[in-house]
Structures are given as structure tokens and as C-alpha cells.
Write a protein that binds this ligand. Sequence first.
Ligand code: CMC
Length: 429
Amino acid sequence: MSEFDQMNLSAGDKSVVLPVLHPTLGQSCVDIAKLPKETGCFTYDPGFGATASCKSAITYIDGNAGVLLYRGYPIEQLAEHSSFTEVAYLLMHGELPNAQQLAEFEGEVTHHTMMHEAFRTFLYGFRHDAHPMAMLTGMLGSLASFYHKDLNLEDQVQRRLAAIRLIAKVPTIAAACYRYSVGWPIRYPRNNLPFTDRFVHMMWEVPSEPLNLNPIVAKALDLLFILHADHEQNASTSTVRLVGSTGANPYVSVAAGVAALWGPAHGGANEAVLKMLAEIGRPDNVQSAIDRAKDKTSGFRLMGFGHRVYKNYDPRAALVRKMTHDVLGALKVSDPLLDVALKLEEAALKDDYFVERKLYPNVDFYSGIIYKALGIPVEMFTVMFAIARTAGWVSHWLEQQNDPEARIGRPRQIYTGSVRRDYVGIDGR
Ligand code: CMC
């Protein structure tokens, strides 16, 4: 072993030689698995900022250089040349499909777009003003009850079927949640259309008149689906893996991922960005928002800024920024919030606080403005993210099922509670 292949660590009178693992790209990693046994110590890493929880061949991020690769392919190239279904195939299978493989995959996904009719009962049980992320979480969990005969996770064919069903059904369920919230009849998927066009129809087609939408709508959504499809071990994907590590089925694992995605520090950020821009209201108010974000006592952060991994411009943000201009131009929408966003970005990128902490716009800074221009209500923004991320979640779940090193996820803790003490009866307290 060369010195780069191992790390020597001493703790008191004990020492241990730990192997250093070298990924195909990125930083080396010390394998600490034998640390507790050999030294009696384990490691503390709140938020897992310095801990790899698994080996994965799906997505690579270089946060300092602003690089994002799906299976080795740069996100910029996929955004320009690919489609969401091709990207979903790539994430799941590891290689780009040839024409026949893509046609077969699209055929499989298309075949599974319908919801079981009994799903409507669930849907109609929600309050009319239920948040669609709450509905999506519940409805995805309930999918396991419809497919329990196909939940032999030892069977590779059943595992793949569950993954396809999730990619296929999440848009149908998402659109149904939206239509329920606005009181429109649920639209069945039109399987003669490609994935994103089909979703567009399920969202906006009404029985009384033909749908006449600008093609930029499906184009923009397909781009956003590609950009949001995967992002290695983020909070929701790690949640899917943690739940999956227990042997739980993929439907509830993905439902848990949806719940994790909902938080404003994660997928809920695009909703939070739009609320923030609306609150700021005018470009003139941008400086006071920046000042408030720098003031730690204010409890206010610039939503859509900063990222656990990117310490450079999020490459996805640059692509969304361009698409925002294309969408507003094509739909002839003038949105004053875009002026606020542009001014905010410009001011933050010049401000020492944001420069020193390497806080750049992330993917969600502009995506909300596109969604708004497309007529998608704010509460649906994170649902759109979930449609895309389902491709990543199921790919990680499948990878985990095939990983011989995968174990149940079980973090340790530093106990800070009371030392041992004896029970005191209620009269003695
Ligand atoms: N506004 C103001 N200050 C910030 C922000 C922000 N948006 N983000 C981080 N900081 C400061 C933070 O206060 C800290 O300052 P100091 O060093 O003085 O204590 C420093 O920057 C480092 O922050 P951190 O909280 O240690 O960073 P983190 O890696 O734990 O958090 C984050 C990452 C994304 C949760 C955070 O940047 C944030 O809350 N951003 C706003 C929410 C957001 O846009 N989330 C979407 C993430 S991208 C979509 C996705 O992948 O889900």
C-alpha cells in the first residue's frame, strides 16, 4: 500500500491504519468502517458533510468547479440534446439507449401511466385546499397497497417494474392533485403523447375546449425535469436509500423521499424563492433584503442561494436562467419578479458576505419564475421537482438493491443526556 492508500490514525494508546478509497472522479475517502472496533471511537459529522454513505456510479458533482455529470455526461450536453425519458433511462441503466432501447423504455413507461380507479377515492378524501405535496406523499405510499403482489424485492424483474411504475405514475398523480385542487375533472393520460407533453395535457386539457399551448411549455418542463432528475446523495435521495436499506418497498421509500423533498432547505426552496421575491416586491427593495439575509439575528436567508455541495455557480441555475428568458419571451409574459431576481442575483454576487461564503444562485432561484409563467401554482412547484427526481430516486434504490456492501442505515449519536440515575416516585419529585 502506498501512503496515499491508507491513513494512520491514533487515539490514545491505540492506532489504526485505515484504507483510503479512490473514486473514479473526486476526492479520496477514508474508509472508517473498522474504526469503532479497533479504537473504541466513532466519528461525529452532523449533516454528513464529510461522510460518504455509499458507493454510487450514477451522478458526480464537483461543487467547486460547478460540474454535474449524470453517468459521466455533462448536464449541459444532456440539457441541449436529450429528453427526460432518455435521461431517466440513462440514470437507471448506466448507458444512453439506442433508438430501439429508448422506444422500448418509453413504451414500458407509457404502459404504466394509468392510476388504479380506486385512487380517486383517496384523492377525493383530501380537503379541497390540501397541499399537493401532502397529497403526493400519501398517495405514493398507498401505491404499495395496490401492487403488493409484485413486491418480491429479491426478484429483479419486480424491482424494475416498480421503478417503471413510479416514473410513469407520479406525473399522473401529480396532475390529478392539481386538478382536484382547482375542481377540474381528472384527465386520463393520453398515451399517444411523449412523457412531458402527456403531463402537460393531464394538467391543462379540459373537456370543453381543445388545448392550445405554446410548445415552449413542454420544452421548458422537459428541461427542468432533466435538470432535477438526480443530484447524488441529497437529503431526499439519502432518505430513499435509508428507508430502502431496511428492506421497505420502493413505493414507501420514494414517498419518504417526497416528504424530505418538501422542506424549504431542499425542494421546497423554489416555492420559498417566489414568496421571497414577491415580498421583496421591487428592485429598489433588494438591498434591504440582502442586508437582512446577512443579519444572523433576522432568521432570513436568501432562498435559492447557497448549496451544501456547490461552492460555485450551480450549472443547472445557468441553464434555468436562460430558459426563464426564453419562456417569458415566447409566452409574452412580463414578470416584475424577474427584475427583482436579476437585481438580487447581481447584488448578492458583488457582496462580500456572499462572495466569501461562496453562495451562488442554485437551480431553484429561477425555476419558480418559469413555473409561474407556465401557470403552475406555487404549491405545485415542489411536486414538479418530485416528478423529475423520481427518476433519480428509483435509480438509487435499484443500485442499492444490487450493492453487496449495502447494510441497514443506522447512524450513531453523541449522547448528551443525563448519566444513569434511579427512578424517583411521583411524591419524591
Ligand atoms: N442566505 C444567507 N446566508 C446563507 C445562505 C443564504 N441562502 N446559505 C448559507 N448562508 C450562510 C450561513 O448562514 C453560514 O454563514 P456563517 O458561516 O457565517 O455561519 C454559511 O453561509 C454556510 O451556510 P451553511 O448553513 O453551513 O450551509 P449548508 O451547506 O448547511 O446549507 C443550504 C446549504 C442550501 C441549506 C443553505 O445554503 C440554504 O439554506 N439556502 C437557502 C435554501 C435553498 O435555496 N435551498 C435549495 C438548495 S438547492 C435545491 C436542492 O438541491 O434541493
